[in-house]
Design a protein. Structure first.
Length: 72
């Protein structure tokens, strides 16, 4: 069910942590599912590190300038 290299990495990590492979999978899934944003949310608007309130009025027209600086 898992690609060989991924399973090997997971088995090594479980051994390092002193837990079973199954326990590592359960913990990993629980962590991923509890912290994941809902699938229906717009990732740009949901990520406050990217979007946080007001933006310049000309952002859509001048986005390259805001991202990369003025042309030289």
């Amino acid at each position: 069910m898992l690609p060989g290299e991924l399973k090997a990495r997971a088995l090594r990590r479980a051994k390092q942590r002193g837990v079973s492979f199954g326990e590592l999978v359960r913990e990993s899934l629980a962590a991923m599912l509890s912290s994941a944003a809902p699938q229906s949310a717009d990732s740009l608007l949901a990520d406050r590190a990217v979007y946080n309130g007001k933006t310049p009025a000309d952002l859509s027209a001048e986005h390259d300038r805001y991202l990369y600086g003025p042309d030289e």
